[in-house]
Design a protein around this ligand. Structure first.
Ligand code: ZN
Ligand code: ZN
Length: 511
């Protein structure tokens, strides 16, 4: 049911059309009149026009907007008796676009509060909203938030010359922390002042658009190792053996992930969520960057709280048969040094944190390793891996890259069409969300294939080769293949009872 007001008013302000030209207020008024006729609304009682170019900015004065608000004050207490456009009520608002009136969430809230429970229709060429309807209020709030963001983007684009350069020329922002892999010396210097001592000193200006080959080489190597199934710890060991960060610090996983997954590494620059081609060459292809992003997600899922580097093979793969606990640590038994019990050899146990079920580390490692190697060397497993690996990861990565591009294009379109009456911001947000969902699904698939990539590398491995693999690669392999359930046992004494563990194969197809 559409409401028809008895005394509507019209509000317009100067605004930018999608092509960047100013939209004439007269044109807006004509369109408003046409819509009024279409909706069978009576003549406008008052017409409000703000001519400020930045009427959407919160701190700018918008005299007509203020006057119009007054006429929606239900109490009439703020009426200005001497002002013919602020001394009576209106019961409907027509704007040129739905979001004209409500560029700022703050403005919308003000209007909603003033309108209170009254049935005030807010009309634009794109439709009529009822300010008293909860559904409509919800949509208006989304639109206002969206419009606010677009405006902020618009103003940032205008004030930030560098972003124009990014879009037009693909050059990056200079200054600030140097991105690892870029920043060739220019031979020019600038003067800096030490904030504490007040002394001036010279620093050489670096060009962040030019790669530093010895550094990009390391980035490519670290990326290749990760994509070949090496662990993050392995990649960190490599990076730390060849360099520090640009700040002179040792590499940490958070920093390395962010360097390896930033658009810069595949020759792109991101501005407001949109990727642009940069002037420099890619260090790794965009598909590989997408694969690394998926790996990072997988890594985050598996290590919500990255602890110290792993030193034992099994804690991540163990489950307690008594309490279902999955938090295990290894601790020494039998005493050490002065505490060493006579007649006992010191040994370590895996220990369930919840219920104290424990198992000898050395024995369990040896048993599990034997089972893992047997599986990795069985022809049946190779066949299984081949049939599971049909959704090749380069393919998935390419799909993700393509989706990301389409998402970026959609985002850019929304931004450009923010002032277009036919674009429903709420729908546009939904379509962006659906991209995110699809990309998320593909990422999961890719995480699965990164596991397959690791297993493909390990298949057929000999005991000697296994022993020299880093502990985290071995641990990842075990965890990819088995859940090791440690059963409570009555058996005491030396040796290992295979019946005291239950090794459950994990399927390759699904987590
Ligand atoms: Zn009026
Ligand atoms: Zn337990």
């Amino acid at each position: 049911m559409l409401l028809t007001p008895q005394r509507p008013c019209f509000y317009a302000r100067l605004s930018y059309a999608p092509d960047g030209t100013l939209e004439k207020v007269e044109r807006q008024q004509e369109d408003g009149e046409a819509t009024r006729g279409r909706l069978n609304w009576p003549e406008f009682c008052c017409v409000y026009i703000d001519n400020s170019r930045s009427a959407w900015q919160r701190n700018r004065k918008r005299p007509d907007w203020e006057r119009m608000l007054v006429t929606f004050d239900a109490t009439g207490q703020t009426f200005i008796p001497s002002d013919p456009k602020a001394n009576h009520h209106h019961d409907g608002i027509m704007v040129y676009h739905g979001d004209r009136l409500i560029r700022q969430p703050y403005d919308l809230e003000l209007l909603l509060r003033l309108a209170d429970q009254r049935q005030i229709p807010l009309a634009s060429v794109s439709g009529v909203r009822n300010l008293a309807s909860e559904d409509d209020r919800f949509v208006l709030r989304i639109e206002a938030a969206q419009a606010c963001r677009e405006s902020a983007n618009l103003s940032r684009r205008r004030t930030n010359g560098y972003k124009k350069d990014v879009v037009r020329h693909g050059t990056s922002q200079q200054g600030g922390k140097r991105p690892y892999g870029w920043g060739e010396p220019t031979g020019r210097f600038k003067t800096r002042r030490d904030k504490e001592t007040g002394e001036s000193y010279e620093v050489e200006i670096l060009d962040y658009d030019k790669p530093v080959p010895e550094e990009t080489k390391h980035l490519a190597e670290a990326a290749a190792r990760l994509l070949a199934g090496a662990s993050m710890n392995g990649a960190l060991r490599y990076m730390n053996s060849v360099s520090t960060t640009t700040e002179g610090n040792p590499w940490e996983s958070r920093v390395l992930w962010s360097v390896l997954t930033s658009p810069r590494i595949s020759g792109l620059i991101e501005v407001d969520g949109v990727l642009y081609e940069a002037v420099w060459d890619e260090v790794i292809p965009e598909e590989d960057r997408q694969a690394l992003i998926a790996l990072r997600e997988q890594h985050r899922k598996e290590n919500p709280n990255p602890g110290p580097a792993r030193v034992h093979l099994l804690p991540g793969a163990l489950k307690c048969g008594r309490c279902d606990g999955t938090t295990w640590r290894s601790k020494p038994m039998g005493g050490k040094g002065r505490n060493k019990k006579p007649g006992y050899n010191a040994y370590r146990v895996y220990h369930c944190k919840q219920c104290n079920v424990a198992r000898n580390v050395e024995h369990l490692d040896a048993y599990v390793t034997g089972r893992v190697l047997r599986l990795l060397n069985s022809p049946r497993f190779l066949r299984e891996l081949q049939s599971a690996g049909t959704d090749g990861s380069p393919d998935v990565a390419a799909k993700i890259a393509a989706l990301e591009t389409r998402k970026a294009q959609t985002k850019q379109q929304i931004e450009e069409l923010a002032d277009h009456p036919d674009v429903d911001p709420a729908l546009a947000l939904l379509s962006l969300a659906s991209f995110d969902k699809k990309i998320g699904e593909l990422r999961n698939q890719m995480a699965l294939t990164s596991r397959q990539r690791l297993l493909t590398r390990m298949v057929g491995i000999s005991k000697d080769d296994w022993d020299v693999e880093p502990i985290d690669v071995r641990a990842d392999t075990v965890r990819s293949l088995f859940e090791v359930v440690v059963l409570p046992t009555q058996k005491r004494g030396p040796g290992f009872d295979p019946a005291s563990v239950n090794m459950l194969r994990k399927p390759l197809q699904a987590e």
